[in-house]
Design a protein around this ligand. Structure first.
Ligand SMILES: Cc1cc2nc3c(=O)[nH]c(=O)nc-3n(C[C@H](O)[C@H](O)[C@H](O)COP(=O)(O)O)c2cc1C
Length: 370
């Protein structure tokens, strides 16, 4: 029976434990280039003992940024700036991962602490969002995107491919495509966001097409030996969304095209998230478990997982293969070390690098060593 501190092997990659840092936008880059903030933020999570550290949603094209401060991989300078970050994460014994995305109708937006609304169209930093259909998301996001034509679709797909190649060159060993949270790929899949009447809209087959084509094209450049993951918004908890069975069928089809791992998440295809059972710890875990069983693929999930025993139970019961943590790691980057202590792991300090571990070993082993 696996536990939270067992290794996880996928393709040629070994995670030292089942704890992953979930991707978290920092809204702090300039022209998509990561900087000292990203290095410290991601580096601290690697020091803290996570097995996998996934860098934030990184835009595959300039116009695919969610906010002007998003990181990007649409040019080589950005890839070079990621290199010291991936190197450091690996030196700390963690696997460096990255999430690639395109914001779609959620592009050209102020960061959350400035309102999470669209920049005014005439703002010097604003640009025109594109999406499968000319429908605004609603809530704080009222700007109507331009409906994508077939050239736009091909360009975004190629953007994913080029960004995946750059991610590889930057030293990432785990790739996650962001097909969730109301961003562009997710809005192709959701009938709430996609009203197209061509081959990319309507039926399940058509709504799935962009996601399947993109995954397949990325798989051609992302080496077989390295894990390719998708974060899929499998449920919205609103009327009019696709049935869960469609999401599971999509996972099966993605798997047939080379998907290795699924990060189960929410759709966020409407401004109304009031029906999401926010108060329930690990509310997505039973759904992730169902997908794991029915699609036969290793899975992770996040949302309201913060207690070590809770996380360990999900792994022991083989509901999840990996737990994704976001806010728990923000509030305590040493969460893995403290979880190891709480769970009575034999040598909890081994979750940390030597520079810290040495001092945190049981006292009797270091007396006189100072
Ligand atoms: C600051 C912040 C930024 C986030 N940015 C992203 C992101 O870039 N990509 C993504 O898929 N999810 C993003 N999320 C969602 C988290 O990855 C995670 O799924 C969510 O916070 C639920 O996990 P938690 O309950 O452990 O916080 C972000 C969350 C936070 C708090």
């Amino acid at each position: 029976m696996p536990n939270l501190f067992n290794e996880f092997n996928l393709k040629d990659v070994r995670l030292k434990n089942r704890i992953a840092v979930s991707p978290m936008c920092q809204y702090s880059a300039e022209e998509g280039v990561p900087n000292d903030w990203h290095r410290s933020h991601l580096g601290s999570m690697a020091i803290g003992g996570a097995g996998l550290v996934v860098a934030e949603m990184t835009a595959v094209t300039r116009d695919g940024r969610h906010t002007p401060g998003d990181t990007g991989l649409w040019n080589n300078a950005q890839a070079e700036a990621f290199q010291p970050i991936t190197r450091f994460i690996e030196q700390m014994g963690a696997v460096p991962g990255i999430q690639l995305g395109h914001a779609g109708r959620k592009a050209s937006v102020n960061p959350p602490w400035l309102g999470n609304d669209h920049l005014p169209a005439d703002h010097p930093d604003a640009w025109e969002p594109i999406a499968p259909s000319a429908l605004a998301l609603g809530g704080t996001l009222q700007r109507v995107p331009r409906e994508m034509n077939l050239d736009d679709i091909a360009q975004v797909r190629e953007g994913f491919v080029s960004a995946a190649e750059r991610a590889l060159g930057a030293g990432f060993k785990w790739l996650e495509l962001h097909f969730a949270h109301g961003f562009l790929p997710q809005s192709f899949f959701s009938p709430l966001a996609n009203r197209r009447t061509d081959g990319y809209g309507g039926s399940f087959e058509n709504r799935a097409r962009f996601l399947l084509e993109t995954l397949s094209a990325v798989r051609e450049v992302w080496p077989e030996r390295l894990p390719l993951s998708v974060r899929l918004g499998v449920i919205d908890y609103v009327e009019g969304e696709q049935p869960l069975e469609e999401s599971i069928e999509l996972v099966r089809q993605l798997k047939a095209l080379g998907l290795d791992f699924l990060d189960v998440s929410l759709g966020f295809n409407t401004a109304d998230a009031s029906q999401v059972p926010w108060g329930q710890p690990g509310f997505l875990v039973p759904i992730a478990h169902q997908i794991r069983r029915e699609a036969g693929i290793p899975v992770a999930a996040s949302w309201n997982i913060s207690d070590p025993e809770q996380a360990d139970t999900y792994i022991r019961e083989e509901q999840l293969d990996v737990v994704m943590l976001a806010k728990a790691m923000l509030s305590n980057p040493h969460w893995p070390y403290q979880a190891a202590q709480k769970l009575g792991v034999k040598a909890p300090s081994e979750a940390l690098p030597t520079q810290y571990a040495f001092w945190l070993k049981p006292h009797d082993r270091i007396v006189g060593d100072e």
